[in-house]
Design a protein around this ligand. Structure first.
Ligand SMILES: *Cc1c(COP(=O)(O)O)cnc(C)c1O
Length: 375
């Protein structure tokens, strides 16, 4: 018999498919969308989310590390899988055994792939990452030409694509993004192989706010999970059909008690009641992704109403003040993220209180709790 946690993350498969289809309709017809399913699909479960995207027509999947790609391939995804963060040279054979596409940024990796391809009497497609403004992974623009020249002399290597990444495409007015895109285009145009390769740079911000940057492929992450890269501003700015949040986080009340005015709550007594107060104890804490920085700040939904988290969030427990609601009982449903009645708490609401972004909230909740899937 299986025992279930009180805390359940619910993922909507239809919302995942909806978001993929919505982005697809916004792209020129032949532009593939690579679904970024790193970080266990931003907390949604890499395998299940990839299946949902594949059902919606997705043919390209991106992960950070090789081990994720292997797991995704073993799960039965048959389409292209890209590994974005390189690999240990020792593991090079896995790209061939699992038919994966490495995104490379150093010549040692290229040589290791070439040697392995030759020894197997085969060829491998690689994409090259160039850093034109993110100052993260990638070959610096000045070295790209030489790199590609050497790459193309290596036997068994098929140069298949050139990628870059936008640091500021979540700002719809950012001139930096336009300048970077122009620089990237120049680099691609100077590449003798440009007509044979797939050129890609747009992330969700690029797709939503810089549609001209779609090139030969786009890489969508956060938008597939129903959030805008610029949070609430993105929701305000949107027109037409909306992205749908795909994750809900629910728990239940563990205990209810009424305490006198002047009672300290939780570690450090950082909250003291000012009147007789009914406290509901919830089985959720920072171990479950409810960041301790939400202590005395966060809210949850109970009986279709917002109630405040009072006192410090503990490792597995937190307390909310339910004095404004009658008849709260142990076992009542609690929504930490999602809707109850007419009230909704979004990942952006929680992120704003944490001084973070929805991306982190989804990873925290999704990757630290039991997930269930609904249509
Ligand atoms: C995560 C990631 C993306 C997706 O970014 P979003 O802002 O979530 O759309 C695209 N490209 C690369 C290289 C990434 O690491």
């Amino acid at each position: 018999m299986q025992s279930h946690s009180f805390n359940q993350v619910e993922i909507s498969r239809s919302a995942l498919r909806h978001n993929f289809s919505l982005l697809k309709r916004r792209m020129p017809p032949d532009t593939p969308i690579l679904a970024m399913v790193k970080a266990d699909a931003y907390g949604h479960g890499m395998v299940e989310a990839s299946q949902a995207f594949q059902e919606a027509g997705c043919c390209e999947f991106g992960v950070a590390e090789l081990c994720e790609a292997v797991r995704l391939r073993e799960s039965g995804i048959t389409r292209n899988i890209y590994v974005f963060l390189g690999f240990k040279l020792f593991d090079v054979a896995l790209f061939f055994e699992y038919n994966l596409i490495p995104v490379i940024f150093d010549i040692e990796s290229a040589r290791a792939l070439s040697d392995e391809a030759v020894s197997r009497n085969t060829e491998i497609t690689v994409h090259v990452k160039v850093d034109c403004g993110m100052t993260r992974l990638g070959i610096v623009p000045g070295e790209l030409g030489d790199f590609v020249t050497v790459l193309c002399t290596l036997p068994g290597i098929k140069y298949g694509g050139l990628a870059s990444h936008f640091p500021r495409s979540d700002e719809p007015d950012s001139t930096q993004t336009r300048e970077q895109f122009a620089r990237f285009n120049q680099l691609a145009a100077a590449d003798a192989k440009v007509s044979e390769i797939v050129v890609h740079t747009a992330n969700s911000g690029g797709i939503l706010y810089f549609p001209d940057s779609s090139c030969g492929m786009v890489r969508a992450g956060i938008a597939l999970y129903g959030y805008y890269p610029d949070g609430k501003n993105g929701i305000l700015r949107q027109s037409g059909e909306k992205l749908q949040p795909t994750m809900t986080f629910k728990s239940r009340v563990l205990q209810v008690k009424t305490v006198d005015a002047g009672t300290g709550v939780s570690y450090g007594h950082t909250y003291t009641t000012t009147r007789e107060t009914t406290i509901a104890v919830l089985p959720i804490g920072y171990e479950d992704g409810l960041s301790r920085c939400l202590s005395n700040k966060g809210e949850v939904l109970i009986h279709d109403k917002r109630v405040p988290i009072v006192g410090r969030i503990c490792m597995n427990l937190c307390m909310v003040d339910v004095s404004s609601i009658e008849h709260v009982r142990a076992g009542d449903e609690v929504v930490i993220m999602g809707s109850q009645g007419n009230e909704t708490i979004t990942g952006d609401d929680i992120a704003d209180l944490m001084g973070s972004i929805s991306y982190e909230v989804l990873c925290l909740f999704g990757n630290n709790n039991e997930r269930t899937y609904i249509e």
